[in-house]
Ligand binder design. Sequence first.
Ligand code: CU
Length: 152
Amino acid sequence: MSRIASVLLPSLLACSGGGPPAMPDAGDVGCKSRSGADVYAAGMSKRSSSGRVMAVLLSADPAPPERGNNAWSVKLTGARGEALDGELAVTPYMPEHGHGTSVAPGVERQGDGSWKVSPLYLFMPGIWEVTLAPSADAGAADSPVFSFCIDG
Ligand SMILES: [Cu+2]
């Protein structure tokens, strides 16, 4: 527990209130033992719940995603497979702790229409959801979500 608390940013200390359930000891498989998270593979894709938007995770560095700073390359396409050339809003979130990150993800369009997301700061172990919204005002239904278990 103290090891976890030591990495929390001050503004996120509320996350540790009472502690997440069943905080794993070092060496425990942690969230790997729970279902629901995605299994990383280069080129994996997730469709939004509306079906209108598809996100492809072209690559991740490190791969699979790890605790700390990550850099992702992603592409978004519409219902007919067309590349979406609007904006991209990226939101990391820990659903089991109810917090995001104090470091906003960097999002930069590349020449080929893909996006580089870096840093993507997944600063603590557990399940992280990364929502990719095709515009700042896109609803959740149009925003694909990747969900990964980050090891301690
Ligand atoms: Cu957390």
